[in-house]
Design a protein around this ligand. Sequence first.
Ligand code: NAD
Length: 343
Amino acid sequence: MGHRVTLIPGDGVGPELAEATTRVLEAGDVGLEWERVEAGAAVIDRYGTPLPESVIESIRANRVALKGPLTTPIGSGFRSVNVALRRALDLYANLRPARSMVGVPAKWLDVDLVIVRENTEDLYTGIEHMVGNDAAEATKIITRSASERIARFAFDYAVAHGRRKVTAVHKANILKLTDGLFLESCRRVAEGYPGIEFDERIVDNLCMQLVQKPQAYDVLVLPNLYGDIVSDLAAGLVGGLGVAPGANIGADAAVFEPVHGSVPKYAGLDRADPTAMILSGVLMLRHLGEAEAADRVEAAVRHVIAEGRAVTPDLGGTVGTQAMADAIAEAIVSRDAAPVAAS
Ligand code: NAD
């Protein structure tokens, strides 16, 4: 049975990456059918908004989307399209795996982390105001329902993907009510998952430990702001933005996208690394229940990067976006990457 997926190519390097990624995923042979829709800076003139209602309707209907980066126009009055999309579809969980790959320059070769970030509240509700001319206040909102929901997501993810431990990250020693509630919610949810180890870390201590011994951690669950910061730290541990995949997941829809932006300086130059978007596609295949195809595509990506012959300049190579994608698609088909599947 096939899967109908909304495809948003996006701005900047997005269309090139979307072309590369769809070709690679199609080589995985699970019958993907793309419904191509447009959003972002490029469509503002035509639709009067960077996020036409038809885009949201398409994702609602298909329940799954693969998305390229979108440029947030500076000073145009439009808020981030990405944030608007997450709100409109209540994509409450931001999932970012960070896993080392042979061939990607990084300090560690054995990092395997999954960051689960709460996506809807905390300091991101945008409630702030001036108090007179010389002071400003922002409101941090943490609710029991959102905290329990993200904790359950983290534990369910751990169970479904054979992970051993979930660590709740907080600053409850200082923010006793807000982060205290987040932590208490995580503890309560943890009781329902006796097969998964649970522990807790204060966010500053966690950052130091992630730099010194990232192998000590497995799945991390965090409120929005710490999740934002720590997931970039984790991406840095395994080689940076060009290889960092992500997903925004809700009860009724999921949007898979690279962590990086539209990289305007490489737009149209066939120079951007397609890895992050392809690995976002791998997350999508797993979400669709196509674990075997996901393993094959991921193994092929790892194989091509480890070989180092057909990789983009950020990975030390000399080929373009499309040639790297072709090499990955070929590796999937020829199955020569199969032995690395479980690595
Ligand atoms: P960016 O991620 O586009 O680029 C930062 C730098 O990282 C680049 O200059 C490049 O050196 C490197 N890089 C990132 N991805 C790469 C890739 N695939 N291959 C090779 N090198 C890569 O961040 P930015 O410059 O801050 O943002 C540009 C635009 O993207 C902005 O309009 C921003 O709002 C938008 N943005 C969108 C998203 C999203 O759609 N989810 C996320 C972040 C930024």
